[in-house]
Design a protein around this ligand. Structure first.
Ligand code: ACO
Length: 392
């Protein structure tokens, strides 16, 4: 079958079938309006692909996520985030030399123009870091005004390198501490955590377990098909808005609680349960009660119906971090109890509601002492695929 038939007012039209990288099929309606004067209605784009892409593959029923054909489990176990960036952008894992050169570029482009530090001064201490991140990213376009015509690869590197610094500066601004400059001897993730937690008066060594956890977190969030923020970047970029402006639009889209902001809601829910006497059973019952709007945040997924492969990976990482850092946190205790209930309770089993990636990433960020409103920042500007999609 390589065409689909559509009958409108008795007239038959043939529409081409496109076949994806894993054999999935779609009906190509790009000529529909020209040929029939009809359009389609698909609010939410649940049935609509806006482009073909060989970057990412998801099978929600089987819990499969692959980047360029590599299972996410393999990448999370063996790769550095910078290598995964390279894979997503250029289609192949780098060899040793390519990996070293790319890592070196990410390191050497990590400083932002000194004048940009003044921009941070204008925000109130309570400013949400996502607002700061998006405005700083669009501000980069004023320093690189020729990004549209000029070396695409260089601008990808600039953006990946500088969002690390911007994210850490946004945090330092919110707690009133001096900015810590990027260091060239640290890894991408090590550098980020160093800029977050070091203070000028003291030596600070990033614990290896946290650096590894951040590496996994960034790999797991590097791509997820045509999701809300990626689609937003593509839409903004389609007007030929520059790279930084388009990325800034995507960062704003990611901010919302139905997208990148869900892990923040997980922690807020756990905090609410703690303040209410840690009676987690009450909230499980409330989530099951059809007269209540309450849902357990961090449970269920639109696509993954058996398990979310990213959640399985993060669950183990979260256990390692909690154990190795000796963390004893009442919120994380409540999270474990909710997880236990959800995995055994018929309501959740029948509806295939498992803890999702946001449940564990929320726990992990909390264990890493990353403030709740910074969670989404960590996952945002650093997503490399968005950059390449835009520049294709
Ligand atoms: N708690 C309690 N009940 C739930 C939950 C939940 N978290 N999620 C779904 N349900 C129930 C629904 O009430 C519904 O029950 P019913 O069949 O008796 O009416 C059934 O499960 C199916 O729910 P839908 O909303 O149809 O499932 P859908 O697949 O459309 O929604 C979603 C998925 C939006 C993620 C949902 O599970 C949810 O709201 N979860 C909480 C928010 C969250 O964690 N979001 C982050 C998702 S991960 C990510 O985006 C990266």
């Amino acid at each position: 079958m390589n065409t689909a038939k559509l009958i409108l007012d008795g007239q038959e039209y043939e529409l081409p079938i496109v076949v994806g990288s894993e054999g999935e099929q779609g009906i190509d309606i790009t000529q529909l309006r020209a040929k029939t004067n009809f359009i389609t209605v698909d609010s939410g784009f649940g049935n609509t692909g806006s482009c073909t892409s060989a970057i990412c593959f998801i099978n929600g029923e089987k819990g499969i996520l692959r980047y360029r054909g590599y299972p996410i489990e393999q990448l999370a176990e063996n790769a550095a985030f910078s290598e995964v960036c390279y894979l997503l952008i250029y289609g192949e894992l780098p060899n040793k030399q390519q990996a070293a050169e790319f890592r070196d570029k990410l390191t050497h482009h990590s400083m932002i123009h000194e004048d940009m530090k003044k921009f941070f001064e204008g925000y109130p201490p309570t400013a949400h870091p996502m607002a700061i991140l998006s405005s700083m990213v669009v501000s980069l376009s004023t320093y690189y005004p020729d990004a549209a015509e000029n070396d695409v690869d260089l601008n990808i590197v600039r953006l990946l390198a500088k969002v690390n610094t911007i994210a850490a500066y946004a945090y330092k601004k919110s707690i009133g501490q001096p900015f810590i400059y990027p260091r060239n001897d640290l890894s991408y993730c090590g550098n980020f955590l160093h800029m977050m937690y070091a203070v000028p008066a003291e030596e600070y060594e990033v614990p290896k377990v946290l650096e590894d956890a951040m590496n996994v977190l960034l790999i797991l969030h590097a791509d997820h098909e045509q999701n809300c923020s990626t689609a937003t970047v593509r839409l903004a970029g389609s007007s030929l808005a520059n790279l930084y402006a388009s990325m800034s639009a995507g960062i704003c889209a990611l901010w919302g609680p139905r997208h990148g902001g869900a892990n923040q809601e997980v922690i807020e829910m756990l905090e609410m349960i703690r303040q209410d006497g840690s009676n987690y059973k009450k909230y499980v019952d409330l989530a099951k009660d059809k007269d209540s709007d309450f849902r357990l945040m961090g449970f269920g997924h639109r696509v993954y119906k058996n398990f979310d492969p990213r959640a399985t990976i993060l669950r183990k990482v979260a256990d390692d971090v909690l154990e190795q850092m000796g963390i004893n946190d009442p919120l994380l205790e409540i999270a474990k109890q909710l997880e236990d209930v959800a995995l055994k309770d018929d309501y959740f089993i029948q509806r295939r509601l498992y803890p999702n990636v946001d449940f564990y990433s929320g726990m992990l960020y909390r264990a890493m002492d990353i403030p709740t409103n910074m969670f989404t920042v960590n996952e945002s500007g650093m997503a490399p695929t968005i950059l390449k999609l835009l520049t294709k």
